[in-house]
Design a protein. Structure first.
Length: 389
């Protein structure tokens, strides 16, 4: 029997068994050179975890926080995993498949206010983003401090998105899948008045539970939901901000043929990433479509070679490995490879295919407070990238 987090990634991909390969394995640009092959070196972080799906750290904090799908967050401190969870809300979480406790984000002022945010599936199968506060014990949260930030009804059990992350502007971003089933039967991706199939942007620092930031494309409620920042997403399985270039990277899981990575300035509001008009850089379920006003992915790859579900990572901005500075790392759950590229003047450059020890399927990535990258594996282990050659 597959573990829950393995099923999570598998169900994030196409919803039928059809696997029709597109006409190329990877599209960055027609003239892009073949990727350079290199080797990534890893070290394991502490012991094993139960169905880990994310890893992160508070600003300026040497500890590592590992999110377990069942509803617990564990702390790695001084190289060992503490026995008591930082937070345990497993009694409130529906876990399995693509549901569960899917991410956490520390407020930029966490050191002074102690706030952090989680995205999870409740017992009714709906998305909840809640705020908690750390207790007097810095290694344990106050489970009774919960404040509902936003709740979103889910019509199906898949395509939950699940990541919460603070952007470069201090706003909280929430990646939402299209609500599930297959092919977006309710048309959420292109419906500006639905919160599903979107990137949401809210301000959680001014009023409770949140306010609408200036700059949101429908901030006044005209033309769409005021929380919406971007539309046309199918199931963003991780997104990341590059603090040096100001770019937003979104890894959006495809239907049956194409996976995609979108890269655009984080400051650009109201973009339409195309789903379900497009799948990757091709028309979805049609030989032709109207691409006017749609933002095309910077990278799109087919299911050739056993790929099925993109797993988005981060841009490396750590100090330990200067040779990979500026590289965005990503993987595919089924194929198991590790790849990266740099963005330069709006174009994909310096594509690399990486070899590494066999760690199983990559479920997610993480970043510690020093900007060093982490890989979360199917086998319940978390690895830190410590070198590249």
């Amino acid at each position: 029997m597959l573990r829950a987090y393995a099923i999570l990634a598998l169900l994030a991909c196409g919803d039928s068994q059809a696997r029709t390969a597109a006409d190329s394995t990877t599209r960055a640009s027609d003239a892009s050179p073949a990727p350079t092959v290199g080797t990534i070196h890893l070290e394991q972080v502490s012991g094993s975890f139960r169905s880990p799906v994310y890893a992160t750290s508070p600003p300026g904090d040497a500890r590592l926080f590992v999110v377990e799908q069942a509803g617990r967050i564990k702390v790695v401190k001084d190289g060992r995993t503490l026995p008591e969870p930082f937070l345990d809300i497993s009694s409130r979480v529906r876990s399995g498949g693509e549901q569960g406790l899917l991410s956490m984000a520390f407020h930029p002022e966490y050191r002074s206010n102690g706030w952090f945010y989680v995205n999870f599936t409740d017992r009714s199968g709906d998305t909840r983003v809640e705020r908690f506060k750390v207790s007097a014990n810095a290694d344990v949260a106050d489970a009774a401090s919960s404040l509902l930030i936003i709740g979103i009804d889910q019509p199906y059990s898949n395509h939950n998105g699940g990541l919460v992350m603070f952007g470069l502007d201090g706003m909280l971003y929430i990646g939402m899948g299209d609500g599930g089933s297959g092919g977006d039967p309710r048309g959420n991706g292109q419906n500006r008045n639905a919160l599903l199939g979107k990137m949401l942007r809210i301000n959680v620092s001014r009023t409770e539970p949140y306010s609408i930031p200036q700059g949101n494309p429908y901030a006044n409620g005209a033309g769409g939901k005021p929380e919406v920042w971007a539309i046309g997403l199918r199931n963003p399985w991780r997104f990341a901000f590059d603090r040096q270039t100001g770019l937003l990277y979104i890894a959006d899981v495809g239907q049956n043929q194409l996976e995609e990575i979108d890269v655009e300035p984080a400051s650009k509001a109201g973009l339409n990433y195309g789903w379900n008009i497009m799948e990757g850089n091709s028309c979805y379920n049609s030989s032709s479509c109207d691409r006017d006003g749609l933002t095309m992915p910077k990278v799109s790859f087919s299911h050739a070679g056993g790929a099925c579900s993109v797993t988005g990572g981060f841009v490396y901005r750590g100090a330990r490995i200067p040779a990979i500075a500026g590289h965005y790392f990503y993987s595919d759950y089924c194929a198991g490879w590790l790849k990266s590229f740099r963005m330069q003047n709006g174009a994909v450059t310096d594509r690399r295919d990486w070899t590494m020890e066999n760690i199983g399927h990559i479920v997610s990535f993480g970043e510690d407070s020093r900007g060093e990258l982490l890989i979360v594996s199917e086998g319940g282990k978390v690895f830190r990238i410590i070198g590249a050659s």
